[in-house]
Design a protein around this ligand. Structure first.
Ligand code: AMP
Ligand code: MG
Length: 480
């Protein structure tokens, strides 16, 4: 295979990673491939066999310098001084069609020095969950890592049951986490901490290079990116589930998908991670936890930054979060500009959705077809709620009349902001069960639908509907 790889991260030296290749999967079979991403990474001209060789870890090009990265992290508030890639390797970087270097990381690639008690493998179920969610978020317009391919093999691994080891090839601009900085900071490797910051600025934030205080600027920029990210999660109803600092990307992408969940019936207290007993990462705590993580990053960067950065970083986070969330919510309501008083309008709406247990995505999508001043009853799944909704619709109608957008333009804006299709847990679960039995057609169908979440796709109506009773409260295994 002549595919040309680079690996800038390897050049940082052996304090940053351990050079090692993947442990290949025996008898590999392709499960799903992301054709558009393959093309944008200029990998579309390689043969099926060459790509399977790469995605299964059998054929790693000579130009790649695969490695396992070291990092630390605050997990559920407690500090774990050494984590690291325990079941994945960064294969290297390829140049995309815009000449940008993109990391390819093979998740499930076998034991590394950071595997601790784990077997270094991933299972088909967890690979499918990450593949579908990261692509769903990407097509919704939420910053995220991407998924390039899933491969499964014969090797069996033990979780709650015996499952097949599988690999996910993940693509992203960066695999640097908040926990990467924490590792160097708290092991007193401050030369390396500076080296990592310089690398991050050079590679991901080149506009900060000439700043007077580049490390302060890096902290502020990462805090802003994080604020922007979490505003998107809140506006789309996405719960990440494990916002530990080792799962927080320095470039503000959704990173490391585990027991995530999309909000269905609006419930601010929604906890998608069954092992999160305290609800630390409940949906409505995500903004606060994003702030907590920015504070942890600020503390890790303290050896390089000026003393008063913490407050400023938290301001960057909060201001970005609030303005981005406000902008997204007012856009969801169909307004051309945001007014401060709109906040009460969407907050009161969320209270109503919560009170009547109404599906968040379906409600906003149907509101996108609403004509100002007309009867709103058909938008409500529960007619008992109509009396409570009436005063809200009065206010909404008045606000719509003040807006300059025509009805047609508003419908257009709302239909490109309020998705029809999200990744409901039971849909993912159905695709997983079929795939585990060797039939990947449902996985492919669901992936196709999620690629166009704002399109009507009238022949796929059942994928846009509320979760049926049998699909409620499915116990999704969190072991991955
Ligand atoms: P996660 O909860 O997936 O973010 O993982 C937390 C840490 O545990 C990371 O350092 C992972 O690399 C490591 N890890 C998770 N699963 C495994 C596994 N099966 N084998 C080895 N390490 C693992
Ligand atoms: Mg992780």
């Amino acid at each position: 295979m002549t595919l040309k790889f680079e690996n800038c991260y390897a050049k940082l030296g052996d304090r940053f990673s351990v050079a090692m290749g993947p442990d290949p999967l025996s008898n590999p079979k392709a499960v799903i491939t992301n054709a558009a991403l393959l093309k944008s990474l200029r990998l579309d001209n390689y043969s099926h066999d060459d790509l399977l060789g790469l995605f299964s870890g059998h054929q790693i090009p000579k130009s790649a310098s695969p490695l396992a990265m070291v990092y630390a992290g605050h997990q559920f508030g407690g500090y774990s001084p050494q984590l690291g890639d325990g079941r994945g390797v960064l294969i290297g970087q390829v140049r995309d069609t815009e000449n940008k270097l993109i990391d390819l990381h093979l998740k499930g690639a076998g034991k590394t020095p950071f595997s601790r008690m784990g077997d270094g493998r991933a299972v088909l179920r967890s690979c499918i969950r990450e593949f579908l969610a990261s692509e769903a978020l990407f097509h919704l317009g939420i910053p995220t890592t991407r998924a390039l391919a899933i491969t499964t093999g014969d090797e069996q691994v033990r979780r709650e049951t015996i499952e097949n080891a599988s690999l996910l090839m993940r693509a992203s601009d960066s695999h640097i986490r908040f926990g990467s900085f924490e590792y160097f900071s708290y092991t007193d490797q401050h030369t390396e901490l500076k080296q990592l910051c310089d690398y991050t600025i050079e590679t991901h934030f080149p506009e900060l290079k000439n700043s007077d205080k580049p490390y302060d600027a890096l902290l502020f920029a990462a805090s802003e990116k994080t604020g922007n990210l979490i505003a998107h999660w809140q506006a789309f109803g996405f719960a990440h589930g494990v916002m530990n600092t080792d799962n927080m990307s320095i470039i503000g992408q959704t990173f490391d998908y585990g027991p995530y969940g999309f909000m269905e019936n609006y419930d601010p207290y929604y906890i998608c991670n069954h092992s999160d007993d305290q609800g630390r990462y409940a949906f409505n705590r995500q903004p606060e936890m994003g702030r907590w993580n920015c504070q942890a990053l600020s503390q890790a960067l303290a050896p390089l930054t000026t003393p008063d950065v913490l407050e400023k970083a938290l301001n960057c986070y909060e201001e970005t979060f609030l303005s981005c969330y406000h902008g997204l919510m007012t856009k969801k309501l169909g307004f051309s500009t945001s007014k401060p008083e709109d906040k009460a309008l969407y907050e009161d709406l969320l209270d109503l959705l919560e009170g009547y247990g109404i599906d968040y995505t379906i409600f906003f999508r149907s509101l996108s077809q609403y004509c100002a001043g007309k009867d709103f009853h058909s938008l409500l799944s529960n007619q008992n709620s109509a009396v409570s909704f009436a005063p809200w619709f009065d206010r909404y109608n008045k606000r719509l009349q003040m807006d300059i957008l025509s009805e047609t333009d508003r419908h257009k804006q709302m239909c490109s902001t309020n998705p029809k299709f999200i990744l409901r847990n039971y849909l993912a679960q159905k695709a997983i069960q079929n795939s585990e039995a060797g039939d990947h057609s449902e996985l492919h169908r669901l992936y196709d639908i999620l690629k166009s979440p704002y399109n009507e796709q009238l022949d796929q109506e059942q994928y846009a509907q509320e979760t049926p009773d049998w699909g409620q409260n499915l116990q999704i295994s969190c072991s991955s």
